[in-house]
Design a binder for this molecule. Structure first.
Ligand code: GUN
Length: 292
């Protein structure tokens, strides 16, 4: 059984990106510049954004963090988005989600220039993904595909069971796994809260991608021996023994599932660290204007 080491792979990829950046700079080109907009003080968002800023340093990017309080109006946030769209210094940017309830997230996403949408959330990028056209891929699905590729996991002709149908993981990863590409070329089943026989369907999966946000949902009796398990869950569960007061829990009962499968991603240290690499890769692509 192989433990898929997302942390080590992410470190490797960041080094590759940093080398590409230095080659750009040596050619007289500018450093890629990523901006992040952070509204409010949500603990998870603070952590994610801090990691993104650190990753920019590791990759040799310039970064700008724009912070606003929870009471920012939708109009004010749309103005920031318009400024970022117009600013030639900024190659790509993200608006960290979730946003406060009085702001329509979809409206903000739609306002981002698709050519700077390094999150890959804009409908133009989502549509291009479903057509198999070059696009900014959203970070988590892209990180999963990168891991499958780098670990030479056979996906062609395999049955891939995706648990969850979110716009940022379940739907795009299902699209990627069914595409005529490598990794890809799998037969994909997407399960969700209204699927009656999830257990039985999982047992038929050669590859299971769990993105439900339900700690320990995938148990040993749901896994075919030799299956590949990709655990996207990162739920914070209270843990008084930790300084932070919580630990991250995946969607898979790792302890009992790991001995059964051929390869598995741990939580933490699996898919999580890869997502930031995908954002860095997208920002580099945005800076070089090579997506579209
Ligand atoms: N919140 C949780 N994940 C993400 C992400 O990938 N991008 C943004 N913008 N917000 C998030």
């Amino acid at each position: 059984m192989t433990i898929i080491d997302g942390k080590a792979t992410a470190t490797e990829i960041k080094k590759e990106i940093a080398a590409e950046v230095e080659a750009r700079v040596a050619r007289g080109e500018k450093r890629p510049h990523l901006a992040a907009v952070l509204v409010g003080h949500d603990g998870g968002s603070e952590t994610y954004v801090a990691h993104k800023v650190k990753a920019c340093e590791e990759c040799g990017f310039d970064s700008t963090l724009i912070r606003r309080e929870d009471d920012i109006t939708e109009t004010e946030l749309l103005e920031i988005v318009a400024e970022l769209n117009a600013n030639p210094e900024i190659d790509g940017y993200i608006v960290q989600l979730p946003l406060p309830r009085h702001i329509d997230e979809q409206k903000i996403i739609m306002a981002v220039d698709p050519r700077k949408d390094v999150d890959g959330f804009h409908p133009v990028n989502v549509g291009r993904l479903s057509l198999g056209l070059p696009c900014f891929l959203s970070a988590t699905p892209s990180g999963i595909m990168e891991l499958l590729g780098r670990y030479n996991i056979e996906t062609k002709g395999k049955h891939c069971v995706v648990l969850g149908r979110s716009n940022i993981v379940g739907k795009p990863v299902a699209q990627l796994m069914m595409q005529k590409s490598n990794p890809g070329n799998a037969t994909v089943t997407v399960c969700h809260s209204a699927t009656p026989d999830i257990r039985e369907i999982c047992r038929q999966g050669d590859i299971i991608i769990a993105a439900l946000g339900q700690p320990g949902f995938v148990t040993a009796d749901m896994v075919k021996p030799g299956a590949v398990i990709i655990d996207v869950g990162t739920t914070r569960v209270p843990d008084p023994t930790r300084k932070s007061g919580f630990r991250l829990s995946g969607d898979v009962d790792f302890e009992n599932v790991a001995p059964l499968c051929s390869a598995i991603t741990p939580v933490p240290g699996g898919v999580g660290p890869m997502t930031i690499c995908s954002l860095m890769r997208n920002t580099l692509l945005a800076a070089s204007g090579s997506v579209y």
